[in-house]
Structure formats: C-alpha cells, structure tokens
Ligand binder design. Structure first.
Ligand SMILES: NC(=O)c1ccc[n+]([C@@H]2O[C@H](COP(=O)([O-])OP(=O)(O)OC[C@H]3O[C@@H](n4cnc5c(N)ncnc54)[C@H](O)[C@@H]3O)[C@@H](O)[C@H]2O)c1
Length: 361
C-alpha cells in the first residue's frame, strides 16, 4: 500500500474508532483525577461536567477545555442529556446509589466510585438496576486492575501457600482528614460517608474478598471514637475499630483500623497478610511469600510499572469491545456490603450476619 492510500485508510479507521461521550459528576479530589484519566483516553470524549460547587466546576471545565464540555450544577440534567453515554460518579458516598440507579435506568454506562452505597438498601437498589440494564457498570475498586496484585492473588488461588487459613489486614492512618478540608462537609457524617470502614477500608476488605472469595458469612466487633470525640463538632464516625470476619470454609479475617498510628512507628499503613498451610504472603505491596519452616522468602509477583488509568481503560474496553470487567456490580456490591456488615458489627458491638442486615446474597 502506498503512503497516500495508507494515510487515507488509517484516517478512515480513526474516523470510525468508537469514542464514548462521557460525563463526570463530582469533580473534587477523586473526580479531578478520574477526569484526567478520561481525558487521557483517545476513545473517550468529555461532553459534560457536573458539580454543585461552582469553583470546582470551573476548575474542571478549564482542565477539559480542549473538549469543550457543557457544565451544570444539577446532575439530573446530565441524566436527561441523551448525548451522554458514560456517567462517572465521584460524589460523596451517600449520593452514589441514587445517581447510579438513575443513570443505568437512563441507559448510560456507569463508573461509580466506591463504595457502591452506604446502606444495604442502597447497594441492593444499584444491584437491581445494574442487573436490569444492558449497560456496563464498574465499581471504583481499582485494586482489581492492579496487575501485580492480580498475579499474586492468582498464585494464592493456585495454591502457592496451600490452604488459606487466616488473614490479618489493616488500614491505619497517621491522622484524621483535616477538619478544614473540602471533604469535611460529608466525611465526618456517618450517614454521608458510611464512616472510615465503608469509605476507605472497603478497598482492603475487597482484597480480602478477592483472596477468600466471594465474601464473609458474618462479622464481629468493636468500633469506637477513642481519641477524636466530637472532633470536628458533630462527628459521627469512629476513629478506630477491630473486627473479625468469618469466611466460608473456616478462614478468618482479623481487621483493624485507626487514625492515630504515629508516623514512623513500625507496622503502620495498610497491609493484607495472608497465612496459609505452606507459608504466608505480605500481599499488598511486596508480594513476598515466606515459606512455613525452612526456606528463604520468595517474590511471587514482581513489582512492575502499572498501566496508568488501567481501571478507566478497562471500563471503555468493556463498553466498546465487550472485554471482561475487573470490578463489575457483583464485586463492587460485595465489597460495599462486606464493609457495611463490619460497620454494623462495630456499631452494634455484636455479631452480624447477612440475614440480620436484611440482605439475601
Ligand atoms: N477509588 C479511590 O481510590 C478513591 C480515592 C478517593 C476518593 N474516592 C471516592 O470518591 C468519592 C469522592 O471523594 P473525594 O475525595 O473526591 O471527595 P470530594 O469532597 O473532594 O469531592 C466530591 C465532589 O462532589 C461534589 N458534590 C457533592 N454533592 C453533589 C451533588 N449533589 N451534585 C454534584 N456534585 C456534588 C462536591 O462539591 C465535591 O466537589 C467518594 O466516594 C470517595 O470514597 C475514591
């Protein structure tokens, strides 16, 4: 093929390549990052942006100026916009379910930040809408698109540490979110964020579900506000908690969270330590396997340069090519419900089962 014909043909191919018209709702911290991830995709175009804080909307519109998106402070106008095919939700957690259900019912593909909902009823509503829809639904559990983690979890499933016996996992932070931060208007209200476990630890609990699939049977626990009582004023979320989850087959997860792990003190941050009959794995960062008994530690999944925006790429590949989803509604709902189960156990200071939550999975 000569150069002219090649250019003509590739031009036609480019013209025919699918481009998904996309809107981003909630362009705060996470929404700004998601907006950048959409702008980086040649097969997506940002056609509308929404935030009820005009300053944030302006900033996002400037960032996306090359694609000339419409802007609105009313998310229902985006639902009514027939040109919008894909709908990103990055608003505070209590708004996710209502927005996701409306978008799915309007025939849009949905990328919904975690958690899918903050109550079991909200999660159930999204599950019903996603199942009734022919559209793609992706939950923002982006660790599922982390290639190193996926390789390590695959090896655990293949038996590299034998039977999984228990997991010790945690999410410890060195401080609360700043009380003057822009998210403080929803984060400290348990009805809006769900609390630390549902809003943040949902990622770590999802990794536990991934290893021990599909989900726990019950949760038992303790949760409290031990240090930051009424800080900020009206606070209704815990600042620490310890939980145990029972999984089918007898495996247990012991989970702790707090926001007062001093910087520099060992054993802080996030980890998921998976103990099996042949050895244990420090899963979340190093992916090292420590054999039980004699033997040197072995790296079971090498650190690599992860594909930037892999979760967003997977969303568009599912829409345009029918590629499998890394975290569809089942994974997103189970992650949220596992966190909700734990939160209820912490609140009731008792053992909580799905039945007692009114959930039939
Ligand atoms: N996947 C991840 O790793 C990750 C990381 C951070 C946050 N998140 C999730 O993203 C979501 C947003 O978190 P954030 O840190 O960006 O919070 P944020 O407060 O910075 O942003 C939320 C935005 O939503 C806007 N908003 C609120 N109500 C709205 C409404 N009715 N209509 C339109 N816009 C509205 C706010 O004005 C704000 O700009 C949360 O669910 C959070 O859990 C996920």
């Amino acid at each position: 093929m000569d150069r002219r014909s090649f250019l003509l043909t590739s031009g036609i191919a480019l013209a025919q390549a699918p481009v998904t018209a996309t809107a981003v709702i909630g362009v705060g911290n996470r929404g700004s990052y998601l907006l950048e991830s959409v702008l980086a995709q040649p097969n997506a175009k940002v056609v509308e942006l929404c935030d009820n804080k005009p300053d944030r909307l302006d900033k996002a519109a400037t960032k996306a100026a090359a694609q000339s998106p419409k802007t609105t402070t009313d998310w229902r106008r985006v639902i009514d916009n027939k040109d919008v095919e894909a709908f990103y939700i990055a608003t505070p957690p209590y708004l996710h379910a209502e927005m996701a259900v409306a978008a799915l019912q309007a025939g849009k593909h949905v990328y919904c930040e975690k958690p899918v909902g903050v109550t079991a009823a909200q999660v159930a509503a999204v599950v019903a809408a996603a199942q009734a829809s022919k559209r793609i639904f992706v939950a923002g559990q982006q660790l599922r698109s982390h290639a190193q983690l996926a390789e390590a979890v695959g090896k655990i499933h293949d038996g590299i540490i034998g039977d999984v016996l228990m997991i010790k996992a945690q999410r410890h932070a060195t401080s609360d979110l700043p009380y003057d931060s822009t998210s403080a208007d929803w984060y400290y209200d348990v009805t809006k964020s769900g609390g630390y476990l549902i809003e943040q630890s949902v990622h770590n609990l999802d990794v536990c579900n991934w290893v021990l699939h599909p989900r726990p049977i019950s949760a038992n626990r303790f949760g409290a506000t031990r240090l930051h009582t009424n800080e900020p004023a009206g606070r209704s979320i815990f600042d620490c908690g310890t939980l145990s989850y029972n999984y089918p087959g007898g495996a247990q997860v012991s989970f702790t969270q707090n926001v007062f792990h001093p910087r520099g003190m060992p054993h802080g941050g996030q980890n998921v330590l998976v103990y099996g009959s042949k050895g244990a794995i420090d899963l979340m960062y190093a992916c090292m396997m420590y054999p039980l008994g004699a033997g040197a530690p072995v790296e079971i999944a090498a650190k690599r340069e992860e594909v930037p925006h892999a979760h967003t790429i997977a969303f568009y590949n599912a829409i345009q090519r029918g590629a499998p989803l890394p975290a569809g509604i089942k994974i997103g709902a189970e992650a949220a419900l596992t966190a909700i189960l734990g939160h209820e156990a912490m609140t009731r200071q008792n053992t909580v089962t799905w039945n007692s939550l009114g959930v039939s999975l």
